[in-house]
Design a protein around this ligand. Structure first.
Ligand code: FAD
Ligand code: SF4
Ligand code: SF4
Length: 942
């Protein structure tokens, strides 16, 4: 059957819209661009995307696709490395189906929807001391649907197994549109007899496996994990136990046999204690010898990074000795607590010391230390994108498996192979399972490199099969990249059975065609343009992008926006809706292992079409002699106009103006506005105000706009805290740091203000800030002036900027503190995105936790955006509130009396969202109270 006729492309979306409505079906240019990629080396643009929200949507989409012969590709987070979540027809995105449907903690199972992110699931399970074991390194972003369809595994597979070992049941929509409850049925179960009578496909597969059990078993890969081909081995095993174990067939089938709407997963108890060790070997051969001995300790993870990988990620940055030939990362779990682990750790160290080590093993018992050790390992692949402008890590032989005792030999072979090719390569992976991830750095646009890739693809895969008796795929799936080799791996007889299975379940060949079963060469659809860009398309940024969190749609996500704004056919006008949706929260930049700053790319695109209304407002704002009297007038009359009936009128009156700011902008009558100050901060502290060029103190306080104009006590608190630390700051002349101005596309105006600030702040040793956005912007001035005459001055200033929490944490003074009259309070911390982006995360927590009146509790999602983002609250109030929902839940769960933060802009959002249920304070205010209490102003001596 010929699939998809190009001239029907618009009709596909039109038909689907008729079925589901406009909100769930997209086919505009930005959407198709964003969905054309996953984390693989390929690009295939779809015709339409359906954001399914129910089983009905799934079944209706499948039925439509089958009736029309249009390829249908299910998709979850799109982090697969094989090209299996992209396709030329309909993308069926399951991301919005992201709930836990049922949890049985006693029996240790959970029923989940396919759009649930693994990390989110485990966060919720942690409350019950439970865990879903399989843990791909992409766990922060990948979703259960993709994990199940790929039979994913990860570092902890040696203890918990792969997904196929942990799925009890699934609900699958078949190509017929019917739903199948896929579980292990007893062969004599009457329900199974019923199923067989209604599903010809099941009858066909049953008789195939029964007839061919001997052939299937003889072809079973003899390695500890395999995700290549259909798992007929699992079905054959089941028959020997008298069962038809259906999940074994669907797990790992990569969306080619049906669409999964839920899965019932087996859970395990969370270990009581865990220890991680980093062991640096001087000789690769020793690693091969040590592994079998270490496996006797039953580690929960055993990972390796070869010498090249260590060079590529930067040895000094990660404290790796220069002469280490390979590094092992081992983890031990204990159900009996830390003592047990100390013994195990000693045994592990003793084993390793038999070999020549580059340094003593580094042992980490505490969670933060362990997280640090794992962080570099988990982000390894995208981190390699930083290494070279042209040569990028290419996944085409990325997932081979041999038996664990042969992994040393395999690594030696691979190093020799790539050495002969003169290709840099990173070899790392799950050594305890014999699973090596091999990522050569190549410029696929260069003919020679391209040929090396093709040669490596065939030679390495064939060698793994012939010499090492291994598998070409341990966990990543076949997708497009290994599909060409599946027949070679299993031989024509078994491959023929795979084809039969595919025909039985998907006679029209609509379900994810080109994946798993196909003779297309792996070089088809390579995205040569993308592979010369800086983004690894790993999707890690999506896991922190607040807009993606709300919309669960790739065109409304950080990774999608990178694709959209760097596309050849990009135009602001056809992409405005997405380019204007970014909050400029910078969470993507903070987390990106490849060093990409999507928010900066978006700001540049906005600068091509600066917002006119915003431009007028900022021009007026820069004229303080006109702007400030208007603000004061508004402040003095706030008690009159800031009442619901008048606010309703204001909402109505401001609507046309705000619409020119953004189509989604509004100022709802019930939104809690900050109180405007009738006397601005500079007027309240006239003795500190200095004129241009007149410096009295080595320390300047850059208060920014909010602390000057709002009556929120933040500016006064910062000044009071500085006084307590023996500093009388100057308040030099200053203009808006530039964050909001840049956000609306006015780079020129932002630079004007920045030049003013550079001059005004030039002579100070330290510039203290209280606002997270000002902190980041001042530290980012070098980027704003990159290549311009001001760059040097900007770099000098950036080094001298300190947020007040940093200043206090580093201060030599230790003013007395005490418990205030209200007694001890439970305080949590909301970590403002811009302060995180400025690298300040530890200090505010540290400062709060040391105060006697504070019982500090770190809340879940403390590091996620609250949705305020300066004026975003007004620019898109509804989305901003949806983003805040997660923060509200986290604050409520923390049972805090006070939520402290480091940014006046976040305070507005928190106060509006919490409506007085929890106190909102700046860190400086919490500090000020503790100091004043000690002074007896409000004291309860300790
Ligand atoms: C940095 C990085 C590290 C990684 N580390 C690992 C690792 O350690 N171990 C590992 O196994 N993998 C790893 N991967 C690969 C990938 O993240 C995993 O395979 C992951 O489980 C894929 O999940 P996903 O939600 O992104 O699925 P997607 O990429 O969206 O889809 C994967 C497959 O599942 C199918 N699918 C999705 N949802 C459904 C559904 N509801 N019904 C039927 N089919 C469906 C898709 O069609 C596709 O074939 C890594 C990837 C990256 C980028
Ligand atoms: S921007 Fe960074 S985090 Fe996001 S997909 Fe690209 S490489 Fe990954
Ligand atoms: S700045 Fe924030 S909203 Fe914008 S893409 Fe990055 S994470 Fe998403």
């Amino acid at each position: 059957m010929t699939l998809i006729l190009p001239d029907t492309s618009r009709a596909v979306a039109r038909d689907l819209r008729r079925l589901f409505g406009a909100d769930l079906v997209k086919d505009d240019v930005p959407t198709k661009t964003a969905y054309a990629v996953d984390a693989s080396i390929y690009r295939v643009e779809p015709q339409a995307v359906v954001l399914v929200e129910s089983e009905h949507h799934i079944a209706a989409t499948v039925t439509y696709a089958v009736q029309r012969g249009i390829p249908l590709t299910p998709r979850a987070a799109g982090t697969n490395l094989t090209g299996s979540a992209i396709g030329p027809g309909i993308i069926l995105d399951v991301s919005r189906l992201n709930r836990i449907l049922e949890l049985n903690a006693d029996e240790r199972w959970v029923r989940v929807q396919p759009g649930m992110v693994l990390a989110e699931l485990n966060k919720q399970l942690a409350r019950h001391e439970l865990l879903f074991g399989p843990d791909p390194s992409s766990g922060d972003m990948c979703k259960l649907g993709g994990m199940v369809a790929n039979n994913s595994a990860g570092p902890h597979t040696i203890r918990y197994g792969a997904v196929k070992d942990n799925v009890q049941a699934m609900r699958v929509c078949l190509a017929s549109g019917e739903w199948l409850s896929a579980r292990a049925y007893g062969l004599d179960d009457p329900q199974f007899a019923g199923l067989l009578s209604t599903h010809a496909s099941l009858r066909g597969v049953l008789s195939l496996v029964q007839d061919q059990a001997a052939v299937i078993t003889s072809k079973r890969p003899t390695v500890s994990k395999n995700s290549c081909g259909y798992n007929l081995f699992g079905l054959a095993d089941g028959l020997t136990r008298g069962q038809f174990d259906l999940p074994k067939l669907f797990v790992g089938s990569e969306g080619t046999l049906g669409v999964v709407s839920e899965a019932t997963l087996r859970l395990v108890d969370k270990p009581k204690a865990t220890m991680a060790a980093l062991i640096h070997f001087l000789r690769l051969e020793d690693v091969g010898e040590a592994v079998p001995q270490l496996l006797e300790l039953k580690p929960s993870a055993l990972e390796v990074m070869d010498a090249n990988t260590l060079n590529l990620i930067g040895r000094s940055k990660h404290g790796i000795p220069p002469d280490a030939a390979a590094t092992l990362l081992a983890e031990l779990d204990s159900d009996n607590g830390h003592r047990d682990l100390q013994d195990q750790a000693a045994r592990m160290a003793a084993i390793c010391r038999q070999y020549r080590l580059a340094s003593d093993p580094v042992l980490a018992f505490d969670q933060d230390q362990r997280d640090q050790l794992w962080k570099a390992r988990k982000a390894l692949y995208p981190t390699l994108y930083r290494f070279d402008e042209r040569k990028k890590p290419i996944n085409f032989v990325d997932d081979v498996v041999v038996s664990a005792d042969r992994i040393g030999g395999l690594i030696r072979y691979l190093e020799d192979f790539f050495h002969a090719q003169r290709v840099s390569v990173a070899i790392f992976g799950h050594i305890g399972n014999g699973n090596a991830h091999i990522v050569p750095l190549l410029d696929v646009n260069d003919r020679q490199d391209f040929e090396k890739m093709v040669q490596g693809y065939h030679e390495i895969h064939q060698t793994v099969l012939d010499r090492f008796g291994g598998s070409i795929c341990g966990e990543h799936g076949d997708g497009r990249v290994r599909v060409e080799y599946v027949r070679k791996m299993f031989g024509p007889e078994l491959y023929g059975m795979f084809e039969q299975v595919k025909r039985l379940f998907d006679p029209s060949g609509v379900l994810n065609p080109g994946i798993k079963i196909s003779d297309r060469p792996f070089t088809d659809h390579i995205d040569y343009t993308r592979l010369s860009k800086s983004c690894a398309t790993c999707g890690k940024c999506n896991s922190v992008c607040p807009v993606y969190d709300v919309f669960q749609s790739e065109d409304m996500s950080s990774r999608g926006w990178f694709e959209i704004v760097t596309a050849k056919d990009y135009s602001y006008l056809n992409s405005k809706r997405v380019v204007e949706a970014c909050l400029n929260c910078k969470s993507c930049r903070t987390i990106c292992p490849a060093g990409v700053d999507v928010s900066e790319l978006i700001l540049r695109k906005r600068a091509e079409y600066p917002n006119r209304i915003a431009g007028w407002i900022f021009t007026l704002h820069a004229k303080s002699a006109v702007f400030e009297p208007i603000l004061k007038l508004l402040a003095k009359s706030q008690s009159i106009w800031d009442r619901p009936p008048i606010r309703r009128i204001i909402e109505w009156l401001t609507w046309p103006l705000l619409r020119s700011l953004s189509e989604t902008a509004k100022l709802p009558f019930d939104m809690v506005l900050p109180r405007l100050a009738p006397r601005h901060l500079r007027e309240r502290h006239p003795g500190l105000v200095t004129k241009e060029g007149l410096r009295r103190s080595p320390v300047a306080y850059f208060h920014g706009c909010a602390a000057n104009y709002f009556d929120d006590g933040v500016g006064d608190a910062v000044i009071a805290v500085l006084h307590k630390h023996g500093v009388t700051p100057d308040l030099p002349p200053q203009r808006c740091s530039g964050t909001p101005i840049e956000t609306y596309g006015h780079r020129r105006l932002a630079k004007e203000g920045a030049r003013f600030n550079l001059k005004s702040l030039a002579g100070y040793d330290t510039v203290v800030t209280g606002c997270a956005s000002c902190t980041l912007m001042l530290k980012d001035y070098p980027m704003l002036f990159a290549g311009e005459p001001e760059q040097m001055a900007a770099e000098a200033l950036a080094k001298r900027v300190q947020h007040i929490s940093e200043f206090v944490a580093q201060s030599a003074a230790h003013p007395p503190t005490s418990v205030g009259q209200g007694g001890r309070k439970r305080v949590t911390y909301h970590s403002s995105c811009h302060l995180r982006a400025a690298g300040v995360t530890r200090e505010p927590r540290q400062v709060l936790a040391t105060l006697p009146g504070v019982e500090f509790t770190d809340m879940q999602d403390a590091d996620r955006c609250a949705g305020g983002a300066g004026t975003y609250l007004v620019k898109d109030y509804d989305t901003s509130q949806k983003i805040f929902d997660r923060k509200r839940r986290a604050i409520e769960q923390s049972r805090a009396d006070v939520v402290a933060t480091s940014c006046p802009a976040c305070m507005i959002q928190l106060k509006n969202g919490l409506r007085g249920r929890v106190d909102v304070k700046h860190v400086a205010q919490v500090l000020q109270e503790a100091y004043e209490a000690a002074d007896g102003k409000d004291a309860h001596p300790r």
